[in-house]
Design a protein around this ligand. Structure first.
Ligand code: TPP
Ligand code: MG
Length: 800
C-alpha cells in the first residue's frame, strides 16, 4: 500500500482505529477491573489520552510509517502502541493481559522492558521528543560517514501531548536542530487542549506555530475534520466556523463532555438566527451534532493521511492536530479525565457498541465489519510491518587492551584524557573511526581540542575555519565537514545527554556502531540529569567525561564546584562511575570503557554479577584539572584488573595495621602525604587507591546477595582487599565529593570509618586553602586518624 488511502483501505483503517481504541481501553480496563490485583489497588490508566491519539496512530502505523521510520510515542499512549503491535501480530495477549503488571506490557513504552519493538522509551515528558531530533542528526552523522547507505533513510517521529511542550528541553533541542540543519523529523502534537490537571491556555497553537516556523520547520495545522469542512460549506457554515474558532478551550471541552443536547442549546443561544445557521443545526440529530463538533482534524483519518502523504521533502515538520481527550468515550472532554477510568457499566456499553461478544474482548478481528481475511490481508500489506524485526545489530569494534599515552611527571586526569584522545585521533584504528565526541560549548575547556584538531567538526555541509583561511594564528582548527567527528553543541547540557542517548543507540537504530564520548563540567551533570537518566534507562551506550570537578577547580569559581556527582555515579542505574587519580589509571579505564559500552548481554544485569560486566552499560569518568605528580610504574595485568574493579593497595597494609587511608581522585597527594607523616606513629598503615567507588560498592552488594542465596564463598573485590585487616583497624576515607560516597566501606568487614569529603561549597580560593577550609587536606586526614585509630599522639598533627 503505497498510494494515499483508497476508499477500501480507508474503510478498513476506520475499523482499525475503533479496534485500537477498543483494545487500548480494554487493556487498561482489564488491568483495573478484570485482572486479580492481589493488593486490591487500582493501577489506573490513561484511557482518555489514548483516545486522543487513536486516530493519528492508526493512520501512522497502518498507513504512513515505513520500517526505517522510528517513533517516540507519547508515554501515556502506550496502550495504543501495544494494541497496534498486537493487531500486527507483534505483541502477545499475555503481555496485554499483564499490562502494568510484573513483566507485562509497560505503562509507558520501554525499549528495554517491552518486547514489541519500541523504538524510543518515553515516560518523562519532553525527553522522547528531543530524542527523535537527535536521532535524525545521528542518522545524518552515520550516513555522512558513508555507513548504512544500503538502508533507506528513516523519519524520526514524535507523538507528543500539547502540555508536553511546556518542557524546556524541547525548545533547547529545537534551537540545536536549527543550528545543525535538522531533516527527516516530524513532531505530531496531540492538541487536545488538556494537560493532566486542567485545560490549557487559549491560543497556544499560535505560539507553537510561530516558534516552529521561526526554527525553520514546516507547520501543518489539522484543525477541522471533513464533516466540519462540509458543514462550513453549507449556508450558515461560516458562522459556525467562526464560533468554533472563538470558542474558549474550557467551554469546548465542557460541551464535548456534555454531548449533543448541550451543543444544540449553546449553539442556538449564541448563533441561532432562525435562518441558515438554525437550519444547519436542525438538519442534525443530537448525536450527529455531537459527531460534527467532535470531528476535529486529529480525528479525521482522510485528512490526517492526506497531510502525511503530502510531505514530499525532508524538512522538519510539526503537525498540530486538534483532538479531543477521551474521543469516542464517555470521558471525552472532562477536565479531570487524565487518570479517569471508564466504569464497568460504561465499558459494557462500549463493548456492545463495538459488537464485541463477552469473552471475545481480546479477539483481534471480533466486531469488525470487514471479513477477517480481508483485514488480515490488509495487515499483511502494512508497510511498517513488512521488514520483520526492525531492531538492528552492529558488530563490536575491537578495542586494544592498552591505550598509548605519554605521561608527564606532573599531570591532571583532564590533560591525560586530552592526550589519550589525541593519540587515538592520530592513529588509524577502527576504534578512532567510530568515536564521536560532543560537548556543550566546553570542547576546548574539557581538553577535546587536540582531538578536534585532528578529526574536525561534523556538519552535513563543509564550513571552513575563517581564522585559518585568514591566517590568523589559533591553537584550534575549527573546520566543519561531513566527515568531522566532533559535534559541537550549544550550552544546553540537556542536549548533550539527548545527543549521547541518540548516538548511543545508533547500533540498534542505524545498525552502525558509534563510540560516543561527551564532555561537560561535572556540576552541570545536574542540569541534564533527567536526560542522563533517560539515556541510561533506554540503554544508550556512551562515555561521559566530566571535568573539572569538585572544589578542586578552586579558582574557577565556587558556583562550579560539584559535591553530589560521585553519588550520582554510584546510584545511576546503567552507568559505571570512575574517578581515577593518575593518568595510567585513566588509560586503563578508558580502554575498558570503550569495550564495556559495546557489551550486549541483554538488558537485565546478571544476578550473579551485579557489575553488569557481561551486559555492559555506559560510563562516567569524573576527572580533574589538578596537576599531580604521577607514579612511574609498570601496568601489570593484576593492577589493570584492580583499577577496573575499583581499587588497589597503593601501600599494602602490614599484619598489625592500625589505620587505612582510602582515597579517590584528585586528593591522592593529600592521602599520600598524610600516610607518610603518620607512618612513625601508627603501625602498618595501608593506603587504598579507589578508582571506582561505584563498582566496588556494586560488587560488594552483589556478593552479599549471592551469599544470602547460598553461595557462601562469594567474595567481592573490596572484601578480598579488606580481608586481612585486623578488627581494630580504623579507616579514614577522603574524596573531593560527598563523604557518603566511601562511608559504607566500614560495613564491608566491620571497621570504624571516618569519612572525609565535601558537604558545603561555594568558596573560591587556592586548592590548598579550600582543602583546608573544607577539611580534606592532609591535616584533616591526620586529625581524623588520631581519633579513629587511637594510639600515641601523631606528631605531625597540625603540621601538614
Ligand atoms: C517530566 C514529567 N513531569 C510530569 C509528568 C506527569 N505527567 C504525565 S502526562 C502529564 C500531562 C500530559 O498532558 P499532555 O502532554 O497534554 O498529554 P494528554 O494527556 O493531554 O494527551 C503529566 C504532567 C511526566 N510524565 N513527566
Ligand atoms: Mg493534552
Amino acid at each position: 500500500m503505497t498510494s494515499s488511502g483508497s476508499p477500501q483501505d480507508l474503510s478498513i483503517l476506520a475499523e482499525l482505529e475503533r479496534k485500537v481504541l477498543w483494545l487500548a481501553t480494554w487493556t487498561i480496563h482489564h488491568a483495573n477491573h478484570v485482572r486479580d490485583n492481589a493488593d486490591g489497588l487500582k493501577v489506573g490508566g490513561h484511557q482518555a489520552s489514548c483516545a486522543s491519539l487513536a486516530t493519528i496512530m492508526t493512520a501512522l502505523y497502518f498507513h504512513t510509517l515505513r520500517p526505517q521510520d522510528r517513533v517516540a510515542v507519547k508515554p501515556h499512549a502506550s496502550p495504543n502502541f501495544h494494541a497496534i503491535q498486537y493487531l500486527l501480530g507483534r505483541q502477545t495477549r499475555d503481555k496485554l493481559e499483564a499490562f502494568r503488571g510484573f513483566k507485562g506490557a509497560q505503562s509507558y513504552p520501554s525499549r528495554t522492558k517491552d518486547t514489541d519493538d519500541v523504538d524510543f522509551s518515553t515516560g518523562s515528558v519532553g525527553l522522547g521528543v528531543a530524542q527523535t531530533l537527535f536521532s535524525s542528526l545521528t542518522q545524518d552523522y552515520v550516513r555522512s560517514h558513508g555507513w548504512g547507505l544500503a538502508r533507506p533513510e528513516g523519519r524520526m517521529i514524535a507523538l507528543l501531548g500539547d502540555a508536553e511542550l511546556d518542557e524546556g528541553n524541547i525548545f533547547e533541542a529545537m534551537l540545536e536542530g536549527w543550528k545543525q540543519g535538522l531533516r527527516n523529523c516530524w513532531w505530531i502534537v496531540d492538541y487536545n487542549r488538556q494537560s493532566l490537571d486542567a485545560v490549557v491556555r487559549e491560543g497556544l497553537w499560535e505560539r507553537y506555530q510561530n516558534l516552529f516556523l521561526n526554527f525553520g520547520w514546516d507547520v501543518v495545522l489539522l484543525k477541522y475534520g471533513a464533516l466540519e469542512e462540509a458543514a462550513f460549506a453549507e449556508p450558515g457554515g461560516e458562522v459556525l466556523r467562526q464560533w468554533i474558532d472563538n470558542c474558549p478551550n474550557q467551554l469546548y471541552s465542557a460541551l464535548v463532555f456534555q454531548g449533543g443536547a448541550a451543543w444544540r442549546k449553546r449553539l442556538n443561544d449564541e448563533i441561532g438566527d432562525q435562518g441558515p445557521v438554525t437550519a444547519l443545526l436542525e438538519r442534525r440529530s443530537d448525536d450527529e451534532l455531537a459527531r460534527l463538533m467532535n470531528n476535529l482534524g486529529g480525528h479525521d483519518l482522510p485528512s490526517i493521511i492526506a497531510a502525511f502523504d503530502a510531505v514530499d521533502h525532508d524538512r522538519p515538520v510539526c503537525f498540530i492536530a486538534y483532538t479531543i481527550k477521551g474521543y469516542g468515550l464517555p470521558l471525552a472532554g472532562h477536565k479531570d479525565n487524565h487518570a479517569g477510568l471508564m466504569t464497568p457499566a460504561q465499558m459494557e456499553t462500549f463493548r456492545k457498541s463495538m459488537n464485541i461478544r463477552p469473552g471475545e474482548e481480546w479477539s483481534r478481528f471480533e466486531g469488525l465489519e470487514h471479513p477477517a481475511a480481508e483485514i488480515e490481508a490488509f495487515l499483511d500489506r502494512v508497510p511498517f510491518a513488512s521488514a520483520g524485526n526492525r531492531s538492528l545489530l552492529a558488530e563490536r569494534i575491537a578495542v586494544p587492551e592498552s591505550l598509548a599515552v605519554t605521561i608527564q611527571t606532573q599531570m591532571s586526569t583532564q590533560l591525560g584524557f586530552g592526550a589519550l584522545l589525541n593519540e587515538l585521533g592520530r592513529g588509524d584504528t577502527s576504534v578512532a573511526a567510530r568515536m564521536v565526541t560532543a560537548s556543550p560549548d566546553v570542547t576546548v575547556s574539557t581538553s577535546l581540542g587536540p582531538w578536534v584538531n585532528r578529526r574536525g567538526l561534523f556538519a552535513r555541509e563543509a564550513l571552513a575555519d575563517t581564522f585559518k583561511s585568514e591566517r590568523i594564528p589559533s591553537t584550534f582548527n575549527w573546520e566543519f565537514s561531513p566527515k568531522g567527528q566532533h559535534i559541537e553543541l550549544g550550552i544546553a547540557e540537556m542536549n548533550l545527554f539527548s545527543v549521547l542517548s541518540a548516538l548511543g543507540l545508533s547500533h540498534v537504530i542505524n545498525g552502525e556502531r558509534l563510540l560516543p564520548i561527551g564532555t561537560l563540567y561535572d556540576p552541570f551533570i545536574a542540569r541534564g540529569l533527567d536526560a542522563l537518566n533517560y539515556a541510561c534507562y533506554q540503554d544508550a551506550r556512551f562515555i561521559l567525561v566530566a571535568t573539572p570537578s569538585g572544589i578542586t577547580l578552586a579558582p574557577e569559581g565556587g558556583a562550579h564546584q560539584s559535591i553530589a556527582e560521585p553519588l550520582i555515579g554510584m546510584a545511576q542505574d546503567g552507568l559505571a562511575g570512575f574517578e581515577p587519580a593518575f593518568v595510567d589509571e585513566l588509560a586503563v579505564i578508558l580502554a575498558f570503557a570503550l569495550d564495556y559500552i559495546q557489551r550486549e548481554g541483554g538488558a537485565e544485569p546478571s544476578e550473579r554479577n551485579w557489575l553488569r560486566d557481561e551486559t555492559g552499560g555506559s560510563v562516567y569518568l569524573r576527572l580533574s584539572t589538578r596537576q599531580i605528580e604521577q607514579i612511574r610504574r609498570d601496568m601489570t595485568p593484576a593492577l589493570r584488573q584492580s583499577i577496573v574493579d575499583g581499587a588497589y593497595w597503593l601501600r599494602a597494609p602490614g599484619p598489625n595495621c592500625q589505620l587505612v587511608v582510602a582515597y579517590t581522585g584528585a586528593v591522592a597527594p593529600e592521602a599520600i602525604q598524610a600516610v607518610g607523616l603518620m607512618a612513625e606513629d601508627r603501625r602498618d598503615i595501608g593506603l587504598l587507591a579507589i578508582s571506582s567507588a561505584d563498582r566496588l560498592n556494586a560488587g560488594w552488594t552483589a556478593a552479599c546477595r549471592a551469599r544470602e542465596r547460598g553461595l557462601i564463598h562469594a567474595r567481592s573485590h573490596i572484601e578480598r582487599l579488606l580481608a586481612g585487616l585486623p578488627r581494630h583497624c580504623g579507616i579514614v576515607t577522603v574524596l573531593d565529593g560527598h563523604p557518603a560516597t566511601l562511608a559504607w566501606l566500614g560495613a564491608v568487614s566491620g571497621h570504624r570509618v571516618r569519612p572525609l569529603g565535601v558537604e558545603h561549597f561555594g568558596q573560591t580560593g587556592s586548592i590548598d586553602e579550600l582543602y583546608r577550609h573544607y577539611g580534606i587536606d592532609a591535616s584533616a586526614i591526620i586529625a581524623a586518624a588520631q581519633v579513629i585509630a587511637p594510639g600515641r599522639p601523631i606528631r605531625y598533627l597540625g603540621a601538614a
